[in-house]
Design a protein around this ligand. Sequence first.
Ligand SMILES: [Zn+2]
Length: 137
Amino acid sequence: MNTKMKNGPKPKAVNYRDVLESKAEEVRRSMSAQKAAQVVARLDCPSDEGDLSQQHHEEWIFLNRNTIDMKLLREIADALHRLDHGSYGVCLECEEAISPKRLDAVPWARYCVACQEAIAHRIAAGEQVDEYQAANR
Ligand SMILES: [Zn+2]
């Protein structure tokens, strides 16, 4: 966060579209960087036993990270969709406004803090919930 006061007449209004789009760009870039690193690693990898299990381990981490990134991209796309339809910043569960503080922290948040916690509890209790916010980080 930088404290810029000079640009624009509306100092408080955060442009969530910009925030979301640059975040999506950042995730995409990190995904392709990982992919490139993976390919390079494969090319100069002499495959004896030890390396193989190491490689499997790295592959697993890579896939796992990728899944999280895919989820995040989907959440960001959803948030942009909500921006287009004027429903951005409204909790999908209770339809109350999500606090700006929360949106600053998690611009793709779908639920207010209270609902997010309630959902987390339901998941912890073993309930199946459509919840792609587990990727909050
Ligand atoms: Zn709510």
